[in-house]
Design a protein around this ligand. Structure first.
Ligand code: NAG
Ligand code: NAG
Length: 446
């Protein structure tokens, strides 16, 4: 049996870089820092490697012991947040501007237009949030607006908050009466689970499982069903209602098991695809090539070795991948609820002999294993992790409606490939990348 970490000590530092890149996303605060990166678009020559200029906000690991049990926000500030979240037109707190919803494109998604029992929760929104109060008017505001559009009684919102000292938990807790009045089922809890301590991936997987727990509770089996419940699992992204609805729409239209958008980061002046540690194309390779020294110089050259995928991406049409998360995913509840015990897919950490990777990649891997490999990227949806950078990325890549609202636009289908790639790139550390069988360690004894 192969050992997962059979590399020397220096490589362990790079592992930290890779993990930090990944974990940062959960922390919202900073841009990732690819090792010795200097990014430039094709053709543009830069004399010097320009170090990323973004401020790195120091992260305090051991902050407030009891994160949310005493109020940190003045009452009126908390009220302003709640008001902004519940009222899309409220303008007293800054947020990414979003286009008005094109109701006609998405009306078939509305709960009332479906032949599903009233007791069923058709849309389950799940979020794990930490220290992101400034983003809540946009992020949760978009979720609430989407819920209003889809039909609140057929929706649930589940939020797990932890280790924030900026008032994130307080604002979320204060939403309870408002959301109840709206008629949406709201699950909210605060946890001390901290991915910065101990096994990060295990902690992140545990947090994700906590967010979807209501679906798995036996007494909820009438509410949540394999084929009628869709899960919308969002990271701390600046997302518009139309982004969420486009993902939900494409999942239905494509007949996909899971779809996600594209997420980006500004390491330099030009945006770079972010979730490169998790995402794998249908050929098993990363979305762009990262050489052993960890530089992101080829970040502009997405899908460099897959002409079909590259063409679909250029045309803004969805394409199948082995794995993606990219700031959020929309997926069927079926793999969580079908079968018994081990057959039911959950978020998890790596097993013995398995390449070190993030829980979203493992989730996709397990989906393939359970016959749910219709996984696609919807490249009209482009996300960043703050309101400011979100505005920049919408400017650079276009709002979703810029593409799908055009008179020329046609929703294409995907010709699904039934088989996963034989091998998938393991990138536990940049310095030691290799391909391993897509189903490594899935079957006991292998
Ligand atoms: C869900 O849909 C699949 C595919 O259409 C079908 O095979 C399965 O029986 C359905 N499951 C339930 C519980 O209705
Ligand atoms: C892994 O997948 C390959 C190709 O899909 C298959 O041939 C092989 O039998 C699988 N290995 C195990 C141990 O199931």
């Amino acid at each position: 049996m192969r050992r997962p970490f059979n590399f020397a000590w220096p490589a362990a530092c790079l592992l930290l870089v890779a993990l930090t890149l990944y974990v940062r996303r959960e922390q919202l605060s900073q841009l990732p820092r690819p090792a010795s990166s200097f990014l430039h678009p094709p053709g543009e020559v830069k004399a010097e490697p320009s170090a990323p200029t973004a401020e790195v906000v120091p992260t305090t690991t051991a902050s407030v012991p009891s994160p949310t049990h005493h109020a940190v926000l003045p009452q009126e500030t908390r009220t302003a947040y709640v008001n902004a979240i519940m009222n899309p037109d409220a303008a007293d707190l800054p947020r990414l501007q979003c286009p008005k919803l094109d109701a006609s494109r998405y009306q078939q998604l509305q709960a009332t237009s479906k032949d599903v029992p009233d007791s069923t929760i058709q849309y389950f929104f799940a979020l794990d949030l930490r220290q992101c109060v400034a983003l809540l008017p946009r992020l949760i505001g978009s979720v609430v607006e989407t819920i209003r559009f889809l039909g609140p009684k057929a929706c649930a919102l589940s939020v797990i908050e932890g280790n924030s000292d900026d008032g994130t938990g307080e604002v979320l807790a204060a939403l309870q009466p408002e959301l109840e009045a709206l008629g949406v089922t709201f699950y909210f809890s605060t946890t001390a689970i901290n991915p910065k301590k101990g096994d990060r991936i295990a902690a992140l997987a545990e947090l994700r499982n906590l967010a979807i727990q209501p679906i798995l509770d036996n007494n909820n089996e009438l509410k949540y069903t394999a084929n009628d419940t869709t899960i919308i699992f969002l990271n701390d992204v600046a997302i518009c209602p139309e982004d969420i609805l486009e993902l939900v729409h494409q999942r239905v239209h494509l007949g996909a098991d899971l779809v996600c958008g594209m997420d980006w980061t500004y390491v330099g002046n030009d945006p770079t695809f972010y979730d490169v540690w998790i995402a794998r194309a249908l050929n098993g390779d990363s979305f762009f090539e990262i050489p052993a020294d960890g530089n992101w110089n080829s970040a502009w050259n997405l899908f460099w070795n897959s002409a079909d995928t590259q063409a679909r991406f250029a045309a803004h049409q969805p394409f199948q991948v082995f794995s993606c998360w990219n700031g959020g995913a929309v997926f069927t509840a079926a793999p969580l609820l079908e079968g018994e015990g081990e057959e039911q897919v959950r978020f998890r950490t790596v097993r013995e002999g398995e390449c070190a990777q993030g829980e979203p990649e493992l989730f996709c891997k397990d989906l393939w294993f359970r016959g749910h490999g219709k996984i696609a990227v919807v490249p009209t949806v482009n996300l960043e992790y703050s309101d400011e950078a979100g505005a920049k990325i919408k400017e650079a890549k276009g709002y979703t409606s810029r593409w799908v609202g055009g008179s020329e636009w046609k929703d294409e289908k995907i010709e699904w490939q039934a088989e996963p790639p034989e091998k998938v790139k393991c990138m536990a550390v940049y310095s030691n990348q290799f391909f391993e069988p897509w189903n490594q360690s899935l079957v006991p004894g292998t």
